[in-house]
Design a binder for this molecule. Structure first.
Ligand code: SF4
Length: 393
C-alpha cells in the first residue's frame, strides 16, 4: 500500500504542547525558549492585531508568564550563522570549484535537496540552522557559563514551521550527547498555549530577551524574509574581505516576493552571480539552469516557503476568526515589518554584534574554528528520489 508523504517534512506535524507543559511544571528542569526572527512580526495576528505587527516585547513577556526560565532570541544565532556562512563563502570564492554555495538554514529545502539534488549536497553550506546553533550553544557554552547541568536544560524552539521539528529530530543534531533542541512549537501552537493559560496577549507589557542571547543585529532579524539571508551574508562577507563596511541600500529587487530572482554583486573586485529562490519549485528551476549552463550561480539563498519564514506553514492562517484584517499581500506586510526593524537598528551587521563577539571570545575562537565546526556545522545525506511514495506493510 502506498501513502503520500510531504517530501520536505513540512507537513508532518507532531503536537508538542503537552510535552512542553510537562517540562514547564517540572522544577528540576531549566527550560529555555528561543524565538525565530519571524515570530516577532506574526504572533500578534493570532490575537487580532494588524498583519505584521511587531510584538517582540509581548512575545517575551508571554513566554515568561507561561513559565520559561529564560527567553532567547534566535536572531543572535542567525548572526552567528552569517559569520560562519560568510566565511565559508569567501573560502569557496578562493577555491572556485567549490562554488556555488547554497544556503542551508531552511530544513524544508535541505531535505528537498537530499532527495532530489544529491549532486549538490557538497555545495550546501555546512552551517546548522540558527535554532540548532542556539540549541548547541545552550547545552555547552551557556551551561558552562552559568554552571547548569546540561542534562537539566530543555531548549524549546518557537519556529515558523513544522520542518524545524523534523530538523530537530535528525540524529546528528546533538552536542556532547545532548539533543540541541528538545521541542519545537510553531507560532500557532504557542498562540494556543497562550490562550490555554488565559493570557491577554494584546495588553501585555514588553520584556527584553535574556542574556546571553539577547543582543542581535538587523542582519539577524531579516533572516525571516526572502532575500534577508543574502543581504545579511553580503554585509559581513564584504567586511571580512575588505575590512570596510559596505553601504546598505534598500534592495527592493531581492526583497520582492517574486519566486526566483537573479542578480550580480561585486565582492572585492569579483563579480558573483546570485540567485534567491523561495518555493522548492523555484530552487529546482535555478539548479536545472545552473546544471545546463544556461544560468550560472555562485551563491543561492533558498527558502522552501513562499516569502521565506514569514510565510511558513506554522504561521497564523489568515482568514481565521482571529484576524482583524486580511491582505492578499500579507507576506509582504510581514517581511516589510522585519526590514523596518533592521532599518531602525543601531547595529545592522552580524560581525558588529557584541553578543556574537562574546561567544567567539569565550567559546568558539573564530569562524570555522575546530570548535565552531564541532558545534555549529553539520553534514547531509542522500535520501532517495521518491519520498512521497512510501510502502507500508
Ligand atoms: Fe521553515 Fe519555511 Fe522557513 Fe524553511 S522557509 S525554515 S520550511 S518556515
Amino acid at each position: 500500500q502506498c501513502v503520500i508523504a510531504c517530501p520536505t517534512a513540512s507537513l508532518t506535524e507532531k503536537e508538542a504542547i503537552s510535552d512542553v507543559w510537562d517540562v514547564l511544571s517540572d522544577p528540576t528542569k531549566h527550560v529555555v525558549a528561543q524565538t525565530a526572527p519571524s515570530i516577532q512580526v506574526t504572533l500578534g495576528e493570532e490575537f487580532g492585531m494588524e498583519i505584521g505587527s511587531l510584538v517582540r516585547g509581548k512575545l517575551v513577556t508571554s513566554l515568561k508568564r507561561l513559565g520559561f526560565d529564560r527567553v532567547f532570541a534566535t536572531d543572535v544565532t542567525a548572526d552567528l550563522t552569517i559569520m560562519e556562512e560568510a566565511s565559508e563563502l569567501l573560502d569557496r570564492i578562493n577555491n572556485t570549484e567549490k562554488l556555488p554555495l547554497l544556503s542551508s538554514c531552511c530544513p524544508g529545502w535541505v531535505k528537498f535537496a537530499e532527495h532530489f539534488y544529491p549532486e549538490f549536497l557538497p555545495n550546501l553550506s555546512s552551517c546548522k540552522s540558527p535554532h540548532e546553533m542556539c540549541g548547541a550553544l545552550t547545552k555547552t557554552w551557556y551551561a558552562q557559563k552559568y554552571e547548569i547541568n546540561p542534562e537539566n536544560i530543555i531548549n524549546v524552539a518557537i519556529m515558523p514551521c513544522t520542518a524545524k521539528e523534523y530538523e530537530a529530530a535528525r540524529p546528528e543534531m546533538v552536542s556532547d550527547g545532548y539533543r540541541n533542541v528538545d521541542f519545537v512549537l510553531t507560532t500557532r501552537e504557542l498562540a494556543r498555549m497562550i490562550r490555554q493559560a488565559g493570557i491577554d496577549f494584546a495588553n501585555l507589557p514588553d520584556t527584553k530577551y535574556d542574556e546571553p542571547f539577547d543582543q542581535f543585529s538587523g542582519a539577524g532579524t531579516i533572516f525571516g524574509a526572502t532575500g534577508g539571508l543574502f543581504e545579511a551574508a553580503l554585509r559581513t562577507a564584504h567586511y571580512f574581505k575588505t575590512g570596510e563596511e559596505m553601504d546598505i541600500p534598500d534592495y527592493s529587487d531581492t526583497r520582492s516576493q517574486s519566486g526566483l530572482k537573479y542578480g550580480e554583486v561585486q565582492l572585492d573586485g569579483k563579480t558573483l552571480s546570485i540567485a534567491i529562490a523561495h518555493g522548492t519549485g523555484n530552487a529546482k528551476k535555478a539548479l536545472d539552469s545552473h546544471k545546463s549552463g544556461e544560468k550560472k550561480i555562485d551563491y543561492m539563498e533558498v527558502m522552501a516557503c513562499p516569502g521565506g519564514c514569514v510565510g511558513g506553514g506554522g504561521q497564523p492562517i489568515l482568514g481565521s476568526k482571529n484576524h482583524k484584517k486580511i491582505s492578499l499581500d500579507y507576506r509582504h506586510n510581514r517581511a516589510d515589518s522585519l526590514f523596518n526593524v533592521d532599518k531602525d537598528m543601531e547595529i545592522r551587521q552580524s560581525h558588529k554584534n557584541p553578543g556574537v563577539k562574546k561567544i567567539y571570545d569565550e567559546f568558539l575562537g573564530k569562524p570555522l574554528s575546530e570548535t565552531s565546526k564541532k558545534y555549529l556545522h553539520t553534514s547531509y545525506v542522500e535520501r532517495g528520489k521518491y519520498p512521497y511514495l512510501r510502502t507500508e506493510e
